[in-house]
Design a protein around this ligand. Sequence first.
Ligand SMILES: C[S@@+](CC[C@H](N)C(=O)[O-])C[C@H]1O[C@@H](n2cnc3c(N)ncnc32)[C@H](O)[C@@H]1O
Ligand code: SF4
Length: 372
Amino acid sequence: MYVHVPFCATRCGYCDFNTYTAQELGPGATRSTYADTVIAEIRLARAAIADDRSVETVFVGGGTPTLLGAPDLVRILDAVSQEFGLAPGAEVTTEANPDSVDPAMLAHLREGGFTRISLGVQSLATHVLATLDRTHEPGRSLAAIAEARHAGFEHVSADLIYATPGETNDDVRESVSAVIEAGIDHLSAYSLIVEEGTRLAAHVRRGTIAAPDDDVAAERYVLIDELATSAGLDWYEVSNWARPGGECRHNLGYWTDQDWWGAGPGAHGHMAGRRWWNIKHPVAYAQCVEVSRLPVAGEETVDDAGRELERVMLGMRLVQGMDPDGLPDAEVSDLLALRLIELQVHDQHGVRIALTRQGRLVADAVVRRLTP
Ligand SMILES: C[S@@+](CC[C@H](N)C(=O)[O-])C[C@H]1O[C@@H](n2cnc3c(N)ncnc32)[C@H](O)[C@@H]1O
Ligand code: SF4
């Protein structure tokens, strides 16, 4: 189960997620009524799904879910649990901004059944945070990690963004070392993407912020990989590292073609080969749920060719790679000769091909060569 929370206190200049500040939303969709609306969708979902499996993972993402406060987040989780049941040992994550949590809130979330926190740290360099329009001080991120651990969260993740213009290798080195030192068991690191329509894109167009450089991003990726690996966090997906057992089971579900319900404005769902997406704007979304209709904006059925394409696109990004059977032989041989992929023999999975570190730097190009 994915639950989207489309609110942020301010919008970061680089971000094009489906999220809104109070000012952008105006009246008609408020944070105070949001939990009830999404709970109503979860109840409609229960009635629509002819499937009695319990939920293995819940991921509350955003936006900034923690802006709702712990009582609302726990109420949403309780509704998932009442309607579907949580499987024993279910993973329950919420994303959080470092400046939207405090010790009391983290304790409440932990007691209420959340098992994992994913904090948007982005960087610990003040000048990088300023370029990214982040509102928190570097020290706040480290304190939030420590507070989450203290509240009893065994699983704490940090998101970092690298290759921001003006950032140095030392900035990255210090950010990665400090978040690991503070107690995370999972790291996501994304190279800064200039998304169309964002303030960052306008700056880049005007030349007031330089465009991120691909070669710098590659160098930073290698640095992050070395630092994480030497601290005991192994890569398990191109942009994700974890201590053994700290892998995000929810995201692994997306990457291995599992079924999930996506609740909230703009959320995507996928069950039994059918994919759908919800109405994007929170006001229109809420109006639909209020009249007891599922807020679906569109849907598609993924055909066999589409499924195979996704299997390669997502499977090749994972550490265990994939079975080369059915992939184009000449391309596989060529990529092996270029050392962008390597052959592995797994007890569990048999013969596989997987990305080398060099291959991870050009993962999209590798996938393109392996797909029609
Ligand atoms: C939906 S955000 C939620 C996290 C939370 N709202 C926060 O920002 O602290 C998930 C992550 O996506 C990443 N992200 C968003 N836009 C990005 C971009 N344009 N380039 C690279 N990473 C981006 C950030 O690392 C962010 O933490
Ligand atoms: S990065 Fe996070 S806090 Fe910033 S606008 Fe996007 S969702 Fe909101």
